[in-house]
Design a protein around this ligand. Structure first.
Ligand SMILES: Nc1ncnc2c1ncn2[C@@H]1O[C@H](COP(=O)(O)OP(=O)(O)OP(=O)(O)O)[C@@H](O)[C@H]1O
Length: 315
């Protein structure tokens, strides 16, 4: 358990649309410094949850705290410290990115005018749009529009970024750029909350994970804990048959074949290595096996992981 301050906390958060319960008693716990991955198949309730966090949709019941303040009651104050990107960025197509940001900035309640240009330049630079910015937004690719949306979210140097499917529709290079940027912002102290239906994306980027399944939060933990050791050791060897022979004589040791060798349960790695090497078996690698996020999610969800997307797939 981390002792960091809570940045997002919800208790019993529920949203019903008529008879449909889109979000069902969700208790989110996002802490300062997290890159929190909010993972769920399409239709599991991620967008509705994110919209409630930002005060864009009213909850049917339950409570929300963002940056320690109740939402939506403290929205005016809290939202000046939160950068958000929900449901694709909206921008005026005939204006440049810079002009769009100036409009966005002038609509905000704070920030002196004379520092506006600097804020805008910094935001554009951060997302790599400072050079291309003379063009009108209608000439932007989807990735550029998404980055412009992020620049808008960064204008106030937020303590918390809330992003709903930020890499949707981007090509692999665009996805990488967004990922790098999010990690960089996080290193500088911004807490990042992002929703995604892509297991791989969450696995690569996030330090903490919440999994939504049919509106319920079925799993929430640190990535390191979820991807904890299975208790087995992966042995890489060019002599798997010989290794099996050696290990077969030891009681209470289970051996299974694996891609490049064997998976062994019942011996600690040092002992295992010793026995194999002293019997003349060549060992090219030996490491504790870790659980895959996909398996953990599969075990927790009723729908199975086939409803989650893969990298590079269109949503
Ligand atoms: N305004 C609305 N009126 C009625 N039902 C809605 C409304 N908004 C969402 N829902 C329903 O709530 C459920 C959750 O939708 P939501 O958009 O939050 O899911 P999601 O996980 O964000 O999915 P996606 O990734 O497809 O956007 C769905 O069954 C959806 O049909």
């Amino acid at each position: 358990m981390s002792s960091s301050a809570s940045v997002i906390r919800t208790d019993g958060l529920t949203k019903k649309f008529g008879r449909v319960t889109a979000v069902d008693a969700v208790g989110l716990d996002v802490r300062e410094g997290d890159v929190y991955g909010f993972l769920g198949a399409n239709g599991s309730g991620k967008t509705t949850t994110v919209r409630m966090l930002l005060g864009l949709v009213l909850a049917t019941s339950g409570s929300i705290e963002v940056l320690g303040e109740p939402m939506p009651a403290s929205g005016r104050d809290v939202l000046t410290r939160v950068g958000a990107l929900v449901e694709g960025p909206a921008a005026y197509p005939h204006l440049s990115g810079r002009a769009n940001l100036a409009l966005l900035d002038s609509a905000g309640p704070d920030g002196p005018r004379r520092t506006r240009d600097r804020r805008i330049e910094e935001s554009l630079e951060r997302v790599g749009l400072a050079q291309v910015d003379r063009r009108p937004v209608r000439a932007y690719s989807l990735g550029m529009r998404q980055r412009l949306g992020l620049a808008g979210a960064l204008l106030r140097r937020p303590r918390l970024l809330v992003l709903d499917e930020p890499t949707n529709g981007l090509d692999p290079q665009g996805i990488n750029e967004i990922r790098r940027l999010l990690l960089e912002l996080n290193r500088e102290g911004t807490t990042v909350f992002l929703s995604s239906h892509l297991l791989g994306e969450i696995e690569q980027l996030c330090t903490r994970v919440g999994v939504l399944d049919g509106g319920r939060l079925v799993l929430q933990d640190e990535m390191d804990a979820l991807r904890g050791p299975t208790g087995r050791t992966e042995v890489r060897t060019p002599d798997p048959a010989r290794a099996r022979e050696v290990l077969a004589s030891i009681t209470d040791v289970d051996v299974e074949p694996a891609d490049d060798g064997l998976l062994v349960r019942g011996l600690d790695p040092a002992d295992l290595n010793d026995r194999l090497v002293s019997a003349g078996v060549r060992v090219s690698g030996l490491a504790p096996e870790r659980r895959r996020l996909e398996d953990v999610v599969l075990a927790a969800t009723t729908s199975g992981t086939d409803r989650f997307g893969r990298e590079g797939e269109r949503p």
